[in-house]
Design a protein around this ligand. Sequence first.
Ligand code: ADP
Length: 825
Amino acid sequence: MAADVHENVFSEEQLLRPDVQAEDEEQFTRRVAVVTPEPPKSTCHSEPPVHSRRKRASDRAKKILFLLESKYDVLTEVCAEYEDWKEATSAADFDLLWCDTAIPADRFMKLKTFQKMNHFVGMSSITRKNNLGRNLLRMRKQFPKEYRFFPDTWILPTDMSDFKQQFTNVKKQTFIIKPDNGCQGKGIFLIRDVEKVPVDFSSTFVAQRYISKPLLLDGYKFDLRLYVLVSGCDPLRIFLHRKGLVRLASEQYVEPTKNNLSEVMVHLTNYAINKANPNFEENTNPDDAEDGHKRSWEAVQEHLRKEGHDVDTLILEIEDLIVKTLIAVQPSLSHFYHSCQPEDVYNGMCFEILGFDVMLDQKLQPWLLEVNHAPSFATESELDHQVKHEVLQDSFNLLDLNPEVRRQKKREARERMEQRSLGKKPCIEDRIAQEREFALIRNDWEDAQLQNGCSGYKRLYPSPEKEKAYWQVHDAAINIWEMMMGGTFRRAVRLSDPLEKPPVDESRVVEKAARANSAAKAAMAGEETKVEAKRTAEEIREVVERLAQGCSARPRKNTRKRGKEEEKDEAPGTSEVPGPAEQRRSHSNRYIDVQVGDLIRVQTNLGWETVTVRAKRPGTGKIDIQFKDGEYMRAVMPRILRNAEGLPVKETHELPTTALPPPWPSRSSQVGPHTAPPMAPVPVSSSGAVPQKLAGYKGGLASSPGRQGHPGLAEEPSPRETQDALAGAIMEGCGVELREQQNGLSTATGRPAGRLAPAAKAPAARLKQQLQQLISARPIVVPKVQTRSPSMPRNAPVPEPVLGHGLVGSAMKADSKIRIRSSES
Ligand code: ADP
């Protein structure tokens, strides 16, 4: 979809508009001869004369147009200072768009490659408090030491039970509760008792361990507002400005006790809250580190140095936390960017000035509190004005906004369009090489800007050295993104030599080897390690999130080529010992053990089904299979039911190859001599209705008018019925049998219902309940039923109903019965 939209962005008409023509006069005259259509003969209104249009176009060609959707005066002031900048008069024709609020993806999709806007789509992954907490916690799970820079965080109500366990009688701790999407300290409160935990499930809160021993300035608690420019996402381009603000609380700090929890002007440092205090003093001298309740970060650094603090290390730690926070969401930023602008190779259409809120504790340890996507550019004091003006000016200077660059991009867009019309498209390798080359050129240009001393920004990322330092963290972020999204990340653009290998962290290698050894030992002793058997709360949450997003419950293995190459090159002794299951999964010998003609059982979205292997595809390991209803599927890699030795379970009865499906599925054909899980009945609603694709399961269906015969002819089920049936299907996939008494008959067998022993029934019933809760918590897409069209011959099979997306577990092809293994898709 994104590609289509982009195609429209550079229509022939747009590219031949007067401004583009004037910019590239020479080429224009050549092109005009070829493509300009005859001008319309008669128009009612009078067109401006050609020479005036030309003049306007040539004026436009020399200017940078900015479009401000902002309430801040300082922005207008900074933009007006550039001689060749001009305010845009149309909402479509501009070079720079500044908007105080987030910009939706569809607006970004419509931008041309020379246009820039001041937000990234998807930055809410760190600018919303709950997303920031979740993303950083995920990284902390893999890098506990590296991601210790933010306070312990719980998202409520999701993490309610875990959070409540933090309250012990032994030592009273303080927690700070913040509304998920709040700002300016609104709705924030402190608690020390479990009874005060908010139980309003209609809104999301973020709970954090309260930093009760902060560093103080003149006895006041304070936090830092640091300005970080992100001017690209693939690779990340991150700059930290030397100027920042120090915001002090307006009442002397005292550690939290049950009596002072509500004193916001002691515990919160927000300007919006404290300026209401009659004690609040505005800063009058930006260079004075002891003046007012808002001070300059540079002046405070000097003050801390004088007090003997190691400020250089502090700054390095702050820079590190900024890079790590952004790297955690780089894959998602890059994904949004490339999806919306697939043609852009410059990585320069978005930039964002983020406000990082950092607090220091008594040990001078920096803690990240929050990331703001729209930090205030209000200038209520001289200090505000000085800092914000410089931040904006330095940011614009680093964007390389000039008419020549615009001309070049337009030319290239035109050339690309011409190439496309000739059917030529650059291959992915060329494109990656091109993106890397542009990234290197841009780095050189930016470094030149930074070195001339006019800019207050310092580059934090990228550089070949920094890439190496953060390589593992970045790879982990990519793996997490792939696991969450069930997709493969496009190869990240890196400045380092593409053939270079990532540096190996010795401590992690040793840790990994030790884990592999103990796992191997446990496997030999025939016992499962406890660590693997027990899922942590975080893992369970991830599974639920994945299901809610319509992804597979289990994370996919990393199949990126680079990952494989890395595995191959791993030092001997450091790789994990592959278990029998992993050996079985190895690509080369995957389907060697099935032969053409074999009857095997494969996993579909309806459970295990018997199919005949019709062909093997050499090289790819894929097979062609045919279902018993005659449906034929080519080149697929279904999940095959295997026995304890890892060999496919084969059946002996040949399947009918007739095109018409038999009454489906008959109980006897499902339960073979193999160890396949018993077929579970599909739960039915009181009306006896079941979803279309599963309709054949239920004898009771026949009694329902309009539901006899092929499933495709039946009425649409209700969402509730769909959920019931889905739960049944999932349990079937899990091999769980649940028998319910239905009109005196067991729904599984049609035999008089003998209730299962409570012990056997209870877990299945619980599982069903849990699954139904899970399913009902996510949007259910009721199957679209394809009915028989009047033009179809009476005996032709009705097409299978198409199940909605995001149904169960792994992503399913809408047109396929087979649950394609995501690693292969
Ligand atoms: P908002 O977006 O509403 O400003 P913040 O997360 O920035 O919310 O928190 C507001 C203020 O609360 C901060 O400026 C800081 O003074 C205080 N604060 C926030 N989190 C903590 C914490 N974990 N420990 C101590 N103080 C905190």
